[in-house]
Every structure is written in C-alpha cells, then in structure tokens.
Design a protein around this ligand. Structure first.
Ligand SMILES: Nc1ncnc2c1ncn2[C@@H]1O[C@H](COP(=O)(O)OP(=O)(O)OP(=O)(O)O)[C@@H](O)[C@H]1O
Ligand SMILES: [Mg+2]
Length: 230
C-alpha cells in the first residue's frame, strides 16, 4: 500500500460477489471478480447485456456494496466505510459519467458543472476557477449559459465529463459514455477521454463497442459476472 493513493495502485478488488433477490430467488450477478487499477490506467470493460458491468461499476464507485470480497480504494477499505464516508469518497475521489448524461435540466452548463462543489468546502473563487477550467477542457466555454435542452447529445456528454472532472477525482468511471451518441460525437468523446488519460486521469469505461474499447490501454471482458482478459 502506498501512503498516497494517487501514486501507484489506485484500487484493488478481490473476490467481489453480488447477488440480487428477485421474486424469491437469488441471482448471482457478480461471481468473484478480481480487479486492480493503477493510477494512470485507461481500462475498458466489455461484455454482453446483463453480464454485470454496471453492477460492478456501482460497486467500484461506492454506490453499491458487494455481498462478499475485499475492496481497497487508495488507503481506504471501502467495505468497512460508513455510508457518510462512502459519500465523501464518491464526492472527492470519483467522477461518474453515465450513458444518459444525467444533467439537471433546469440548470445551465456552468451550474451543472458546479454541482459537485455542493459537497466540498472549496473557497468560491477556487471553485469558480476550476469550473471554468473544466468547461474549457471539454470545449464548451461558448455554451456556458445553455441548458441541456439547448445542447446536442455530444455537448451534453461533454458537460457530464466536465462535471466529473471538476473536483480532480482520482478515478473516472464511465458507463457506456458513448451509448447514446452517433459515430462523430462518440469519437469526440473518446478523444476527450484519451486526452484526459494522457494528462493523468485514471479511467474505467464500460462499452459494448469494440471500436470504443480499442481507445483504452487495456480491455477486460465481463461474462456472466466473471471478469477475464480480452
Ligand atoms: N436492482 C436489481 N435487482 C435485481 N436484479 C438486478 C438489479 N440490477 C441489476 N439486476 C440484474 O443483474 C444483471 C446484471 O445487470 P447489469 O445492469 O450490471 O448488467 P450490464 O452488464 O450493465 O448490462 P447492460 O449492458 O445492458 O447495461 C441483470 O441480469 C439484471 O437484470
Ligand atoms: Mg449496464
């Protein structure tokens, strides 16, 4: 273990299992997953629908707890943290990007990107500078007062990426980030992720699309709740 979770190994999951109860029976969704992610990695996870990819992402992001296994994120034992401590980790260390963008429709670009600071004690001037930088990084400085309905799909996803980036998280988790985009917008989003990874962001991305996955440095396949090398 390193003292600084930003250096070397970032997360290590071992023997992760997750079951769901459905109509009196139990479904094994994650069936013993081992995963190590180091700072600077860009990992793609592929696999058929229903194989457990999103469930695994929820566990990695501290949104769901596994039924068994161990999970270290930096120097934290994620499975021993309280709900409040997990919320702190999610707010400070993890940036989420989802297929459906998940922007707040009433807020403009700047206010959507500013949302993570609701959970931070960042001086307002510092927060404002970082909001501006994140919006600039995704190339949307000219759309700062637009609301989601006034943006294209690709632009909406760029807002979601800026919102994920704005707190300089240790890990970006992206679940089908190009799933709702056409080819041109997908490749713009992938260029953005590639650039972020080149400048130090650690990314774990789920995708159905082999071409999208090929942008990552490593690819793993999820099959029936088990993760294997591509
Ligand atoms: N809350 C839940 N309760 C019961 N079953 C669930 C729940 N969430 C997911 N599942 C089941 O777990 C399995 C894995 O779901 P998951 O969303 O992780 O798949 P996925 O690989 O992300 O699929 P997709 O590619 O379609 O997004 C599916 O069979 C799903 O029906
Ligand atoms: Mg999914």
């Amino acid at each position: 273990m390193t003292a600084d979770p930003g250096a070397g190994m970032l997360l290590q999951a071992r023997g992760i299992r997750k079951n769901y109860q459905l109509g009196g029976s139990e479904i094994e969704v994650i069936r013993g997953v081992d995963l190590t992610v180091s700072a600077g990695d860009f990992l793609a996870i592929m696999g058929t629908s229903g194989s457990g990819k999103s469930t695994l992402m929820h566990i990695l992001g501290g949104l769901a707890r596994p039924d068994d296994g161990s999970y270290l994120f930096g120097d934290r034992d994620m499975l021993r943290l309280s709900d409040d401590e997990l919320s702190w980790i999610r707010a400070h260390w993890i940036g989420f990007v989802f297929q459906t963008f998940d922007l707040l429709t009433e807020l403009d670009v700047r206010d959507n990107v500013a949302l993570p600071f609701l959970y931070h004690h960042t001086p307002p001037a510092d927060a404002e500078r970082r909001i501006g930088e994140a919006i600039e990084k995704v190339g949307l400085s000219h759309r700062i007062r637009h609301r989601p309905v006034e943006l294209s799909g690709g632009e909406m996803q760029r807002v979601a990426i800026a919102r994920a980036l704005v707190v300089a998280p240790k890990l970006i988790l992206a679940d089908e980030p190009t799933g709702n985009l056409d080819t041109r917008n997908s490749s713009e989003i992938l260029d953005l992720f590639t650039g972020l990874n080149e400048t130090g962001s650690t990314i774990v991305m789920v995708t159905h699309d082999p071409q999208v996955a090929s942008c990552a440095k490593n690819i793993l396949i999820m099959e029936d709740g088990v993760l294997t090398a591509a």
